[in-house]
Ligand binder design. Structure first.
Ligand code: 7RM
Length: 635
């Protein structure tokens, strides 16, 4: 039996039981089976959730790009590694082979070195979905630089905060990006961000050809620098626990958390889970529609697929351009076998005429996946019937930026699926549901806070520059447990269903938004006294944002629609359009605890039209405001 590729349910259980009874032995076997190590590890695992410290495969030496690229050159050199589908369907797709990708990564790595980037330096990548994005990531990894990618839809302020937080030495960006019929001016966002940062060099990819300012001495076009540069670049030999990348995720305070991922464990886990969750076979064409700027793209467009020698599609555009059939056009055109997307996308497409789907041949599809938020029953059935034709199992995959890789998911063709259930933990994943007294809830048909009680190889090792916050956020709620921030239930057969966040993070269209940074942005408005954001259910986005805003005396007689627009403009500039408020209710005050904490729980109930279920509000500092907030509700 091979641990590396599970093919039926019985095998899953065998592998799972083994992974739990002898976790170290289990991961050691996986690591032995499939990777290129420059030196073998001395110790599989060292851990302590109190410190917390987690180290996998200590003593091992490797380079992840050798596993993603070099290792495939003799057997798969001419196989397509990245299949790039441009925004404009009339522009030709690019089939980038393993050989070519290897060469381009080496060239880019040599360019980084010539610009003074060394092992351990942080490099910010602010690129749209073009081939240079994975190439830049892999180039960093090849020379041991730590990439910190910022989703190219984030604002200048958000970009600047992230560049400064981890002290990046360089920014890699493009002149612009295509999104459907729009062209966005990325370089000017970078210029604005860099007014707040000290950055020695900016490398710019030409994609859209729009006019940009190039600051002399600082900004360089990439193409001329790549001419005559060597296509060979020896790898930097990395220690197992050397940092690979930082990726920011929002938290319950305004400051984003730079989750730090390390080399060996991340590689082993993402490669293993990719193979099993998508049941990838040698000549399959795999497509994940996420942006590489999120963890899903890092792990399941770039590292996981390439470590397996897979063909990974990357799409530059949007599902609605030139029409709502674009995804299915691409599936048909490239004969995609595995298709992985987000529930919010499914809901948006399900609103459109089904002929956008039925007019394409989707018979190549073997496995469907979803990720990012709970999938509702209706969307699940639409996906199953219209896309999968009831023949392709749906893997509802649960994971987080913090977990690095998929933690809960069916194994397609092995695990029977049920709508809205992510089903079972993957091998090596030891889940626990906790009650409000900090005790683990045993048995089935129970609900609690979702925790993980044993380390897994791809877990984030710290929050960059703030280990204390890492401990506080994830390891202090429950003794000896990693707390996910999600609630979950376990049904009669032991399947898990994720019920949603239990903290102040709201998932809008599959994007994790912290309420705090949005409130910070609103509060910058001169007429605003204070604000609170809650999520409420929305047909397409899953959740939308409802903002309660109290105005200062001086702002109280201003035109409310103008104010609403100004507030949303502020949010757009500080965070990005994704964080705009769907509803803004102006209030006389916000319900607060005696210690001054805004009671979002009450506001959430009002936005959910459940103001008859507020419970006891007498302990509030200002119970009288609740009545007036209910009266003015726009829910
Ligand atoms: C991969 C990703 C993480 C949060 C997580 C959950 C929610 C993700 C599912 C899900 C229900 C799923 N990383 N989430 N996947 N909820 N079912 N299959 O999204 O860091 O951006 O967000 O997303 O709340 O904690 S993330």
């Amino acid at each position: 039996m091979s641990n590396y590729h599970i093919k039926h349910l019985e095998e899953y259980w065998q592998v799972y039981r083994k992974s739990v009874s002898h976790p170290e032995h289990f991961w050691e076997e996986v690591a032995e089976e499939h990777f290129l190590w420059r030196k073998r590890w001395d110790k599989v695992l060292e851990w302590d959730f109190n410190t917390p410290i987690v180290k996998w495969f200590q003593g091992a030496q490797l380079n992840i790009t050798e596993n993603c690229l070099d290792r495939h050159l003799t057997t798969r050199g001419d196989k397509t590694a990245l299949l790039f589908e441009p925004n404009d369907p009339k522009e030709a797709a690019q089939h980038i082979t393993y050989k070519e990708l290897h060469k381009r990564v080496c060239q880019f790595a040599n360019l980084l070195k010539s610009q003074g980037i060394r092992k351990g330096d942080r490099v910010c990548i602010y690129l749209p979905m073009i081939p240079e994005l994975p190439i830049a990531m892999l180039a960093c990894a090849r020379i041991g630089a730590v990439h910190s990618m910022v989703f190219a839809g984030f604002s200048a302020t958000a970009l600047a905060t992230r560049i400064n937080d981890c002290d990046c030495k360089m920014v890699i960006c493009s002149d612009g990006s295509y999104r459907g019929a729009k062209t966005l001016d990325l370089k000017s966002i970078v210029d604005e961000a860099l007014e707040e940062c000290e950055i020695a060099s900016v490398l710019v990819v030409k994609r859209t050809g729009n006019d940009v300012q190039m600051k002399s001495g600082r900004d360089h076009w990439i193409a001329p620098l790549l001419e005559n540069i060597s296509g060979e670049c020896p790898v930097e030999i990395m220690e197992a626990e050397d940092p690979l990348f930082i990726l920011y995720t929002s938290g319950s305070t305004g400051k984003p958390k730079g989750m730090l991922h390390t080399t060996a464990g991340y590689m082993v886990y993402t490669a293993y889970t990719f193979k099993n969750v998508f049941q990838y076979r040698e000549n399959d064409i795999y497509w994940c529609t996420a942006d590489i700027g999120w963890i899903t793209g890092h792990s399941y467009i770039v590292y996981g697929p390439l470590c397996n020698g897979a063909t990974s599609v990357m799409f530059e555009g949007v599902p609605s351009y030139p029409n709502f059939g674009r995804f299915w056009d691409i599936v048909d055109k490239h004969k995609v076998n595995q298709f992985y997307t987000a529930p919010t996308v499914i809901r948006a497409l399900a609103k459109e005429n089904v002929s956008h789907v039925t007019s394409h041949d989707l018979s190549s599809l073997k496995v469907l996946g979803t990720v990012g938020e709970p999938i509702n029953e209706e969307a699940w059935h639409w996906y199953n019937e219209n896309v999968g034709k009831k023949k392709s199992p749906i893997a509802d995959t649960w994971f987080q930026t913090e977990t690095g890789g998929i933690m809960i998911s069916p194994i397609p063709y092995s695990t029977p699926t049920i709508p809205t259930f992510a089903t079972l933990p993957l091998p090596g994943v030891q889940l626990a549901l906790m009650d409000d007294n900090g005790k683990e809830i045993q048995g089935n048909q129970v609900e609690g806070k979702l925790c993980i009680k044993f380390p897994w190889p791809s877990m984030a090792r710290t929050i960059y520059g703030d280990h204390n916050r890492y401990r506080e956020t994830y390891f202090s709620a429950y003794d000896n447990m990693y707390f996910t921030g999600d609630g979950a239930l376990r049904d009669a057969v032991g399947y898990y269903r994720i019920t949603g966040r239990v903290d102040d993070v709201i998932i809008v269209s599959g994007h994790n938004l912290g309420t705090a940074p949005i409130e910070d942005a609103i509060n910058e408005h001169p007429a605003v006294a204070e604000s609170a954001i809650v999520g409420y259910p929305h047909d397409i986005k899953g959740n939308a944002l409802y903002g309660y805003v109290t105005l200062k005396e001086t702002g109280a007689d201003r035109n409310q629609d103008n104010l609403r627009k100004e507030i949303n403009d502020l949010i757009t500039s500080r965070i990005g359009p994704i964080a705009k408020l769907e509803v803004i209710q102006f209030t006389d005050g916000l319900p607060k605890t005696r210690s001054g904490k805004i009671m979002r729980r009450i506001l959430r109930k009002i936005a959910h039209k459940e103001s008859d279920q507020l419970g006891d509000i007498s302990t509030l500092l200002n119970p009288e405001v609740v009545e007036s907030v209910i009266k003015g509700s726009l829910a």
